[in-house]
Design a protein around this ligand. Structure first.
Ligand code: ZN
Length: 203
């Protein structure tokens, strides 16, 4: 079994500081999955592990679809490991859209893949987009689960924030269940530091 936390630490992808998340909440930790996936051998190994879980669950995948930008690397590797096709959805004027000539057949079995699933908002938007093109969503997957949704094989229940349908299988290699604070209740803010957006200081 892979120790995902070790993999992220070794890659310098588990950042510690005072982060402003895209949700507007604050956190002491931030996962920079692109740092893990820059090593193509590690990316391949993680995707193969995830593919084993999906195959063992008996799920047949024709196509992996990732929401851009975060899910693309993980999704591409997972598609390769599953011997499936790969497409991605991207936002155009905030609406998740299929561009670049990507098409989906009626009844095609599509798995949605992210690097990290938090509440699964973007993943669900990508799912709706391909469903509108006639696809059949068979599962969701991510390298890591931030602890809001329930992944297959874990006894940790989903929190109310999780947007994934309850009956939909969700595969991830591990849970990264860090505290997330609302900006008005953040102990790091109380200590006097200021939250910053990951990436804005060269990381
Ligand atoms: Zn804060």
């Amino acid at each position: 079994m892979i120790n995902l936390e070790e993999v992220y630490k070794k890659a310098g992808a588990l950042l510690e500081g005072h982060f402003l998340l895209s949700s507007g909440n604050h956190s002491q930790y931030y996962l920079q999955s692109a740092k893990v996936l820059e090593d193509t051998k590690v990316a391949e190994m993680l995707a193969k592990e995830l593919a084993i879980m999906i195959r063992e669950a008996g799920i047949k995948v024709d196509t992996v679809c990732a929401p851009a930008l975060g899910g693309i690397l993980a999704g591409y590797e997972l598609a390769r490991a599953l011997d499936a096709r790969f497409i991605f959805a991207e936002r155009v004027d905030k609406v998740m859209t299929l561009r670049r000539g990507f098409e989906v057949r009626e009844g095609e079995n599509v798995l949605i893949c992210e690097d990290i699933i938090t509440t699964a908002g973007s993943a669900l938007e990508a799912a709706k987009t391909v469903e509108e093109h006639g696809a059949n969503i068979v599962a969701f997957a991510a390298l890591a689960n931030r602890g809001f949704c329930k992944r297959n094989g874990s006894d940790k229940e989903a929190k109310p924030e999780c947007k994934l349908p309850k009956d939909m299988p969700f595969f991830a290699l591990d849970d990264f269940d860090f505290e997330i604070y609302e900006s008005e209740n953040c102990p790091l803010c109380v200590d006097g530091s200021e939250a910053y957006k990951p990436g804005s200081r060269g990381n």
